[in-house]
Design a binder for this molecule. Structure first.
Ligand code: SF4
Length: 217
């Protein structure tokens, strides 16, 4: 992973297209999208995304909607009352403490109920174009395999992973957003949880997991 633009290049050549990845997306839309993406597949979110933004594209719209209607709307993603509550609580907080606007400061994002390190950093990177790393469970898996590390599966308890992700960021601020998309794309398409495509992986030469695999044969 010496080439700092590896994941940005990966995104340019193999990136997945989603409606929330176009430029000019409102920070609130990015925030609620990332909150949903934490526990479900992107393809499912893509199906409901246009309606999500049309109906619930502001903190006011989300808190004014009944919980029952929101649960019904999010049901296709497998979400229930917990996710509905988290979206409503985050919206209430933004209205009460942030004058209805998603803050662009990490500490303030982390104060929003149900916004953790991944969602905060993803919002800063994707909505505000900040030079900041992202780590989710897929990124943890990639780092564990590639560097041969025994990382805890909880991103809050894997400081090493955040350090690596920080180090891998491209120098140019303008490339960080696509770099972060690229790392997510790469872990979804190549370094998958089950059946990683090591045979066609451009990182295999220096990957600890692959080396062990081929050594055992
Ligand atoms: Fe992942 Fe396999 Fe590539 Fe290593 S070689 S990074 S385990 S896909």
């Amino acid at each position: 992973m010496k080439n700092r633009n590896f994941f940005a290049d990966w995104h340019a050549n193999h990136g997945r297209e989603y409606p929330w990845r176009v430029s000019g997306i409102e920070p609130f839309h990015t925030l609620i999208t990332e909150m949903l993406l934490r526990q479900t597949r992107a393809g499912g979110v893509a199906l409901i995304w246009p309606d999500l933004i049309k109906k619930y594209g502001s903190p006011n719209a989300l808190i004014e909607e009944s919980s029952e209607a929101l649960i019904t709307f999010l049901k296709p993603l497998g979400f229930g009352v917990q996710k509905t509550d988290s979206l409503k609580l985050a919206s209430s907080w933004i209205l009460a403490k942030e004058s209805g606007k998603v803050p662009s400061i990490r500490e303030r994002l982390l104060r929003i109920p149900h916004v953790g390190q991944y969602v905060a950093n993803a919002t800063l990177s994707f909505a505000f174009g900040k030079r900041i790393e992202i780590v989710d469970t897929n990124v943890l898996r990639l780092f564990s395999r590639y560097f041969g590390l025994k990382l805890k599966p909880d991103i809050r308890r894997a400081p090493e992973a955040w350090k690596i992700a920080r180090k891998l960021l491209p120098r140019s601020k303008g490339t960080v957003r696509v770099h972060n998309y690229g790392i997510l794309d790469f872990t979804a398409d190549i370094c998958k949880p089950i059946g990683p495509k090591c045979g066609i992986c451009p990182l295999s030469r220096k990957c600890s997991f692959y080396r062990e695999l081929t050594y055992e044969r």
